[in-house]
Design a binder for this molecule. Sequence first.
Ligand code: TRP
Length: 381
Amino acid sequence: MSANNEEMVVTPWEVRGKIDYEKLTREFGTQPLTPELLERIQKLTGTLHPQLERRIFFSHRDLDWILQRYEAGEKFILYTGRGPSGPVHIGHIIPWIFTKYLQDKFGATLYFQMTDDEKFLYHDDFNLSEPKKWAYENSLDIIALGFDPKKTKIIMDTKNMGVMYDLAIQIAKRMTYSTVKAVFGFQESTNIGMLFYPAVQAVPAFLESFLTGKNVPCLIPAAIDQDPYWRVTRDVAPKLGFYKPAQIHCRFVPGLGRGGKMSASMPETSVFTVDNPDVAEKKIMSAFTGGRSTVEEQRRMGANPDICSVYSYDYFLFMDQKEIENLRYNCMAGNIMCGECKRTLAERVKKFLVEHQERREKAKDQFEKFLFDPKDVQSTI
Ligand code: TRP
């Protein structure tokens, strides 16, 4: 059975099947991004990011509320994160690129959580050095994307737990076993670290408020699979006197294979930021497309961009509106063949990788500057 016919499963640990985003919005009880909201963002920021225009970010909670606060002169913080269990692939950086746009436009401080603890607890075969190593490696990718060092605080859970712990236990005290069991599907055999972990992922949403003693609104840009965490986080917020964090949710980037999201556990269908550009090119040249079995047939009948992994890359990252509209038209009309399309994408991905890898090298010297230091927060009060 192909991935596309499988039942849809979306949890923080597993995403499979054909994703129906409207159904997800209904099931998770989130709100769609309406044209009115987009217009409001455009007014405030002067531009509309392509990821909003294309509904790569497609749903939210309380975004209207946070914009209203902002319009009234109240700043918010941004919070996102990464579970460091392996190299970063191009799919991962999509919400981070968007987060940087939000940071630039709203002048917001960003808390970026590296959950080395979560990945240690989750993977049976990990010892602690593994996720710690990836936390460092993945941080270089974050820094390489150009976040503002003065406004970006990377939290390393195992390193920063000292400051986080007072808050974590206050949150944990208000989350019950029956709630996290129901929300995350925990089993009798689940280790108790995993049961506590949802409290840890809630911490950065409130950390600035906690440390400054001033209630600060928080907006979380993240893929929709993280939503269960925000549901339990929002539940405890009023019990601790904090605002409920707002969210804006994005889709998953498809892998280069047939159906399914890009996943680090399928290296042949993922482009990693540290891939040798020639290796990335090979992956793209053997990607699954929406083409026909012969050139003649494709010229006559056109191809199908909606199932094509190459098209989705162009759509998610590499083409502007005009280019993507042209490509869509020419693909469906049979004017362009898959080989040509793959070559265009491969060139762009290679260029991106070369530049990213250069910035990533430079990030090594900047790493310390990005690490969360509670003293910096307290000194801004
Ligand atoms: N649990 C996330 C993961 O496995 C990591 C994470 C922590 C995160 N805090 C976050 C992701 C906030 C998005 C937003 O990838």
